[in-house]
Design a binder for this molecule. Sequence first.
Ligand code: ITT
Length: 205
Amino acid sequence: MLRRGGRVSGECRLYLVTGNRNKLEEAQGILEEYGVRLEQAPLEGKLEIQSDSLEEIALYAARDAYRRLRKPLIVDDSGLFIEALKGFPGPYSSYVYKTIGWMGILRLMHNVHNRRACFRTAAVLIYPPLEKVFVGETCGVITREPRGTGGFGFDPIFVPEGYTKTYAEMTLEEKNRVSHRYKAFSKLGEWIRTGRVKCPGSSTP
Ligand code: ITT
């Protein structure tokens, strides 16, 4: 189960508080490597404060979820930050996706030359008494047309730097080698692997 060294003492089970099954699947694909098994905790009325900081939004949501669930858990808050739109939709990505979607973003950027954008993830782990935020960022460009059918959200319009495929044209494994979520969750997995939380499955340092 643990492929990067360290002693295994069982499986580390954590809740991922999300209504998004795709996110769960990606996060599970990343954390498998670290001996972590995720369970979805789709808490009704997940708290989403308004803030310019993904870290702050994720931390509030995670603390609120912990108050209700009382089990070790993770909250992932992600967003797409477009340079020419001064970081929009950023922390408002969820609302923007539900309202104008990626089609609306392409329309907003119709005559925009600068296509640079970054996806960011803030993943908060609450494992009392520990609370820890892990961030990941992957930059690239917004396409002029949607491409691909895989993934979710804004995947059809984002090509990461150094690649020609959009996230939606990649397999889950390919996206999980380059994505913002991969960067945040692999740091989280590493933290667990080195035994900084006493989760079964983490190694004894
Ligand atoms: P939960 O809050 O229930 O976890 P969500 O889908 O609302 O699910 P976020 O607030 O983190 O998740 O995401 C904000 C928006 O950004 C949302 O519309 C997602 O579809 C989109 N998004 C997040 N991660 C993405 C990714 O890896 N690729 C494409 N779009 C993504």
